[in-house]
Design a protein around this ligand. Sequence first.
Ligand code: GUN
Length: 282
Amino acid sequence: MTATLIDGKAFAANLRTRIATEVAGLKDQGIVPGLAVVLVGEDPASQVYVRSKGRMTREVGMNSYEHKLPADTPQDALLALIDQLNEDPAVNGILVQLPLPKHMDEALVINAIDPAKDVDGFNVLNVGLLATGQKAMVPCTPLGCLMMLRDHLGSLSGKRAVIIGRSNIVGKPMAQLLLRDSATVTIAHSRTDNLPELCRQADILVAAVGHPRMVQGDWIKPGATVIDVGINRTDDGLVGDVDFDAAKEIAGAITPVPGGVGPMTIACLLANTLTATARVYG
Ligand code: GUN
């Protein structure tokens, strides 16, 4: 192995410790940040995420409010719950776990969340604020990736970044964040011509496609920093979007799966909840 391992698990633990210290300080002033997580339906992966979000929220000393609704909940009932959470002063952050059942309009539901409590950063107001370089709630997964990149590389200015994946949750906000740090950014996707050649130009390669081990060793520029956002359940267990065993011999640094981006996502959710709380009381 030649690549440095970027230890997201340790980074996230450290971030959560710092958050817990700030939460303890708020508690001395009688303020307890609250995060409400809404899960509609019984998607097993979502249930796992929601459980660990709740546990980690409590571990840093925040209040966790979990709302589990059946899969056939009418959209209006979900919108009514969001209204109630928007109005509740004990709730500083609201997260509606995606994907939602097919009968719901995801964009409508997300945009019903008060932008000041939108700790996912998915509301169009926050998307627009980020895209125009204003103070925004930033989506947790790309925020975690950015923190690890800055920690490992220092300045990202002038670096060539290729992001594989154009989702609203990861690919597009990742591009905005890297642009904000003056990287030269390309978003690639399933229709991109000659993807391996494009990837080989990247100093920073972010894989967020959802295809197990798609990124091969010879797609990677020697010494590049590789961030693997993929979490794919296979017969071999959890694997990323990057062929880790091949990539680690060529990259300069790489995040493992599990233990890379995943833990940072939840830690950043807690960081966003703290930010949302501080904006109310600050
Ligand atoms: N589903 C998968 N990732 C996410 C996320 O970051 N936030 C929400 N709300 N749902 C998700």
